[in-house]
Design a protein. Structure first.
Length: 275
């Protein structure tokens, strides 16, 4: 089915009093304060069931990190000739104004990134008064991820008739049962502890510390948390030392604090293979 057909089917199940826009963005990263949109697509469903679609690549006016290109496939070359968000802003504004929003994780990602882009463009955020229907949130609400839900999903609750929820002994028994059912159900899952660990927690070459508080971004050590997320250690060490000194006083790992102390002393991390 085409997106128009799917949108029409959605309209048959949902009462609309004003347009509903499904929006999805691809970007240079995950931080609205510093990352930029590289692609936007919308499907606008009117109350009468009429559907219109629109999409465009966007020139982010900054490099696209290789790790994000690996996810969405959009390269600097592909985006170079695309219009900037500033040029596209009037068209996007006309699509979103007076509409409600839907998408997958739209409230926590797409909407915030759009708001940041409109601020940069010197325009009001047309989504400010929008109601939001997030398919991701519906999924979490309707398909809970509790241990009891896992027992039901894998069809092993009958064998747990005497289970006492939130009793440690019963929870251990249930967890072992769920893990055994998962390994039986998914033949593609690794069968060694080492292999399964690496599959669940693949090493992240962008991280300078185990918790990912400081990461490599375009070969530059960059803070990935709090209000300063997206700023480089070099920038903070030269213009906002107070933030780094605050990190040293707070409950961050010894690894993070060691990196910060070195940065304050003028010794910045150097990427082994700078991008």
């Amino acid at each position: 089915m085409t997106v128009e057909q799917l949108a029409t089917a959605l309209a048959n199940h949902l009462t609309l009093t004003r347009p509903l826009v499904c929006v999805d963005l691809e970007a240079t990263g995950l931080w609205p304060g510093v990352d930029r949109i590289v692609q936007i697509a919308t499907a606008k469903i009117l109350p009468d069931g009429t559907v219109s679609t629109w999409s465009s690549l966007v020139n982010p006016e900054q490099p696209i990190p290789e790790e994000t290109t690996a996810i969405h496939g959009i390269t600097d070359t592909m985006a170079a000739d695309a219009p900037t968000f500033l040029r596209l802003a009037p068209a996007i504004d006309s699509i979103l104004t007076g509409s409600d929003l839907t998408g997958y994780n739209v409230e926590r990602f797409d909407r915030r990134l759009l708001a940041a882009e409109f601020r940069r463009a010197g325009r009001e955020d047309p989504t400010a008064g929008a109601r939001v229907i997030d398919a991701y949130t519906i999924f979490l609400r309707q398909e809970p991820r509790s241990l009891d839900a896992a027992l039901r999903f894998y069809g092993i609750e009958d064998g747990m008739a005497t289970r006492l929820p939130h009793d440690a002994g019963s929870d251990v028994e249930a967890t072992v049962a769920v893990l055994a059912a998962q390994l039986q159900r998914y033949p593609d899952v690794p069968r060694t502890v080492e292999g399964l660990h690496d599959w669940l927690y693949p090493p992240d070459p962008t991280r300078l510390d185990a918790d990912g508080k400081i990461i490599w971004r375009n070969g530059v050590a960059t803070v990935a948390f709090g209000a300063q997320a997206g700023r480089s250690l070099a920038d903070l060490a030269s213009s906002d030392r107070g933030f780094l000194e605050w990190v040293l006083r707070k409950d961050f790992s010894d690894e993070v604090k060691a990196i910060v102390r070195e940065a304050l002393a003028g010794r910045l991390p150097v990427a082994a293979n700078p991008q």
